[in-house]
Design a protein around this ligand. Structure first.
Ligand code: HEC
Ligand code: HEC
Ligand code: HEC
Ligand code: HEC
Ligand code: HEC
Ligand code: HEC
Ligand code: HEC
Ligand code: HEC
Ligand code: HEC
Ligand code: HEC
Length: 305
């Protein structure tokens, strides 16, 4: 009898010790860190999560090496005790009542130091209450965990930009040759309108380097801002122009420098100008070096080749 008692005491001590030293995720209701526990009821979520970088044990700081599902959704203890269900203590990203900041804080716990998020605090998206999960779903299995690829992701909210990129002249976004994020810091930065550079012109020069010059004769509005004549997302006029020449040019220039008479072989600037009036035809036929001229001749002085 005494032997049996000692045995039972030792057995219970042993069980308690095993219990206490066990990984916290097999301890049952007290803390449910175990992704497998969630899997039982959320098979689909489990499956697509498993394909993502977050489920990768080989990635040092991944949720797989932290609290698994609970890294983002918070402790599942109460949820599981109640047998699952809505509003049982889980952080649900799709719940509109949950503040954007608390959703993003789950991600920032690991990503605050990611390079591209250094300026999240300056982001117009953060200011507008757009949380990470509005663009990312970690359950898609897609690259970058994006909810959709660009430009669809962005134009699902930015309807005005959507109609602009549908215009005849546009940057090749809808053709998939460029992304909105080639020009914009979606996570925030120092540039106006979240552009990836300190000024519009510096942004344009990244891809249109030949427009930087140096030129012997500069055209002041070009140096000032490419956006004086171009609209970047799209236009119904060729070459992304805000309006077509000659109206574009005549919004700043009058005709004082040109003779009022018809150009002929006898009456031309250089002796070879076509017979035509300068009005009602494109100024660009003659002033083709509109972004600045490199020609050393005096003709270069007026932005002609
Ligand atoms: C016993 C089954 C069961 C288990 C185990 C379970 N869930 Fe659930 N869970 C549910 C049900 C049922 C719902 C409500 C229906 C739905 O949204 O799919 C739910 C809803 C949720 C929601 C949305 C809550 C809301 O307020 O809308 C999240 C997030 C969630 N579960 C995460 C988890 C995580 C993480 C785990 C593991 C720690 C887990 N669940 C374990 C059954 C379960
Ligand atoms: C890295 C963060 C992260 C991890 C880890 C994660 N989830 Fe999610 N989960 C999300 C985000 C973000 C959403 C919202 C996705 C969307 O809008 O499509 C979501 C959505 C859900 C939902 C729907 C309710 C809601 O929150 O909108 C359920 C249920 C869910 N996850 C379960 C799980 C389970 C189960 C696991 C583990 C197998 C898991 N999640 C792991 C971030 C995570
Ligand atoms: C427990 C830490 C942890 C949490 C929480 C976490 N992540 Fe991650 N995430 C990582 C790690 C580690 C990587 C891989 C290395 C890296 O890119 O920093 C990663 C990668 C990513 C990537 C890049 C994916 C790719 O294809 O390269 C995105 C996007 C991302 N996480 C978004 C999120 C979002 C959104 C949330 C919140 C819903 C979140 N993460 C929560 C640790 C975490
Ligand atoms: C407005 C949409 C949007 C929001 C909001 C957003 N992201 Fe992103 N994120 C993107 C896009 C788009 C990319 C991919 C950029 C690319 O392919 O050039 C990306 C890339 C990433 C990457 C991987 C690339 C890298 O540079 O490390 C991580 C990590 C990430 N996001 C985390 C987050 C976190 C965390 C939040 C919330 C604090 C967040 N994102 C909010 C759109 C968004
Ligand atoms: C969930 C909706 C949503 C998505 C998706 C989204 N945005 Fe936004 N974005 C907003 C809101 C809201 C604002 C702030 C209000 C505004 O200026 O329109 C904003 C602001 C901006 C701004 C700054 C505008 C300004 O006036 O300074 C830029 C640039 C921008 N978003 C680009 C993007 C890009 C690029 C993507 C895709 C990677 C994207 N957005 C995806 C909602 C969204
Ligand atoms: C070639 C570079 C470039 C690309 C590509 C680009 N943007 Fe822009 N975006 C700009 C510049 C430059 C501005 C600032 C215009 C200004 O100052 O008026 C801007 C402004 C914006 C604004 C502020 C409001 C507005 O219309 O002026 C939003 C929102 C925006 N872009 C969203 C987007 C989205 C969404 C995409 C992808 C569909 C995109 N951009 C693609 C360069 C670009
Ligand atoms: C990330 C690279 C990139 C940046 C930054 C960029 N562009 Fe472009 N741009 C392109 C590409 C690619 C094309 C298409 C070239 C082609 O079709 O041959 C293009 C075409 C154009 C065109 C001709 C459009 C047409 O209808 O033929 C104009 C005008 C233009 N860009 C102006 C600008 C201006 C102004 C800026 C700065 C606000 C800018 N670009 C910034 C890549 C860029
Ligand atoms: C004074 C108005 C004006 C300004 C300012 C301007 N452009 Fe242009 N741009 C034009 C006109 C006009 C055309 C069309 C030329 C043609 O059809 O021959 C054009 C065409 C273009 C093209 C497409 C054809 C080509 O030459 O490659 C690009 C790219 C371009 N501009 C980039 C820029 C950049 C970058 C800036 C700022 C540094 C800028 N533009 C500033 C008037 C302007
Ligand atoms: C936003 C106003 C603006 C627009 C639009 C504009 N220009 Fe100019 N342009 C100027 C300014 C300012 C000068 C410098 C005038 C000066 O030096 O006296 C200039 C100089 C010139 C010159 C050289 C004049 C000289 O005296 O050396 C020519 C030629 C010219 N522009 C042609 C054009 C053409 C062609 C267009 C249309 C494609 C155009 N400009 C659009 C503002 C503009
Ligand atoms: C047939 C060729 C031709 C056409 C078309 C033409 N120009 Fe000129 N333009 C010239 C020449 C050549 C000069 C230099 C005149 C001189 O040195 O006396 C000049 C001079 C200028 C000047 C500098 C003198 C001044 O007026 O201050 C400006 C500005 C100018 N043109 C703008 C325009 C605009 C705007 C248009 C379109 C409405 C246009 N040009 C159409 C050939 C042309």
């Amino acid at each position: 009898m005494k032997k049996l008692f000692t045995f039972l005491v030792l057995l219970s001590v042993l069980i308690t010790m095993v219990w206490l030293t066990a990984p916290r995720d097999v301890r049952g209701a007290e803390s449910m860190g175990n992704t497998e526990t969630c899997k039982a009821c959320h098979q689909d979520r489990y499956t697509n999560y498993s394909k993502s970088i977050h489920a990768n044990k080989a990635v040092l700081k991944s949720p797989a090496n932290a609290q698994g599902c609970e890294s983002c959704h918070g402790s599942g203890t109460a949820h599981i005790q109640k047998g699952g269900g809505k509003e049982t203590g889980m952080l649900a990203f799709s719940n509109g009542k949950v503040e954007a900041a608390s959703k993003s804080s789950k991600c920032l716990a690991c990503h605050a130091n990611s390079r591209s998020l250094s300026f999240w605090d300056m982001s117009k998206h953060k200011a507008a209450g757009i949380s990470c999960d509005r663009c990312h779903t970690v359950h898609s299995g897609k690259k970058m965990n994006l909810k959709a690829s660009q430009p669809d992701l962005c134009i699902s909210c930015h309807r005005d930009v959507r109609s602009q990129i549908m215009k005849q002249s546009h940057h090749p976004l809808r053709e998939g040759k460029m992304k909105c994020t080639d020009c914009h810091d979606q996570h925030g930065g120092f540039g106006q309108k979240m552009i990836k550079d300190s000024s519009t012109n510096d942004l344009c020069f990244k891809c249109h380097a030949e427009k930087r010059g140096p030129f012997l004769r500069e055209h002041p509005p070009v140096v000032e801002n490419c956006g004086t004549c171009h609209t970047v997302h799209g236009s119904n006029h060729g070459k992304l122009l805000i309006t077509r020449a000659p109206q574009l040019c005549q919004s700043c220039h009058d005709a004082s420098g040109h003779p009022g008479s018809i150009y002929t072989n006898q009456n031309t600037f250089q002796g070879n100008a076509p017979t035509n009036r300068m009005f009602a035809r494109s100024c660009l036929n003659c002033h083709s070096e509109i972004h600045g001229s490199t020609g050393p001749s005096t003709r270069g002085n007026v932005l002609v080749r």
